[in-house]
Design a binder for this molecule. Structure first.
Ligand SMILES: NC(=O)c1ccc[n+]([C@@H]2O[C@H](COP(=O)([O-])OP(=O)(O)OC[C@H]3O[C@@H](n4cnc5c(N)ncnc54)[C@H](OP(=O)(O)O)[C@@H]3O)[C@@H](O)[C@H]2O)c1
Length: 201
């Protein structure tokens, strides 16, 4: 029997953040070589030397392509949750398109892209319209890809569901919008990571 080949390179955005950390942990467990592209290269690296960190340098295409070269899969979690005074969803869309272009130029084998439930260009919400635009761009790119559409994530580091749970434990009343009968199917962040890693080659 021949020697096993060198481990494949898998690149994940935001491995020091929320879902990216769980995806990176699963990739390491599966024996892959893992690199992260991050906006926080100086943040504590919970993986030590096991994860190589490179900057998400959207304005340096050559460096972005170089960081992605040879990657079997790119797992893209990059997004901003809210429009801020100095950072908008529209910038995140433009940056994500740059990431897709760089991945194509670098010859990345597949993109696993984390989107959102019910993205639509008709949505009154910019978050959902922007996500629909990115899904379209990825489909049009010709890159092999998988799109995951979670509704809401929960887990130890989550702030939304954990804060709601804290309020429910501490206060006798809790306000909900509308009639409160709408349904939502959350997913644990590690289950999403499992789906993402299973979608790689
Ligand atoms: N969290 C949820 O409940 C939820 C629900 C549905 C869908 N999703 C989708 O799942 C994906 C990942 O979500 P997540 O909660 O795991 O994200 P996250 O860890 O908070 O962030 C993921 C990536 O985006 C970057 N980022 C986040 N905010 C930024 C900002 N203000 N400026 C610059 N970069 C920023 C992070 O930068 P760093 O590299 O610096 O960490 C990281 O690379 C997103 O596409 C999101 O739309 C999330």
């Amino acid at each position: 029997m021949g020697q096993p080949g060198p481990p494949e390179l898998h690149v994940v955005t935001g491995a020091f953040g929320f879902s990216g950390k769980y995806i990176a942990a699963r990739l390491l467990k599966a024996g892959h070589r893992v690199r992260t592209l991050t906006n926080s290269p100086t943040r504590a690296n919970p993986f030590g030397g096991a994860v190589d960190a490179r900057p998400l340098c959207f304005d340096d295409k050559a460096a972005l392509v170089e960081s992605l070269a040879g990657a079997a899969v790119l797992y893209n979690t990059y997004w901003v949750r809210f429009n801020h005074a100095d950072f908008k969803h529209s910038i995140a869309v433009e940056n994500t398109l740059k990431l897709f272009h760089a991945a194509k130029e670098a010859g990345v084998g597949r993109i696993v892209h984390i989107s959102i439930t019910n993205p639509s260009v008709e949505s009154p919400l910019e978050y959902f319209r922007s996500k629909a635009r990115l899904e379209r761009a990825l489909a049009d790119s010709g890159l092999p890809h998988t799109i995951l559409r979670p509704a809401v994530l929960f887990g130890k580091e989550d702030i939304l569901v954990n804060n709601i749970a804290w309020c429910l434990r501490k206060f006798p009343v809790f306000g909900v919008f509308g009639d409160g009968r709408y349904e939502l199917q959350p997913i644990h962040v590690d289950d999403l990571a499992g789906l993402a890693v299973d979608a790689g080659p």
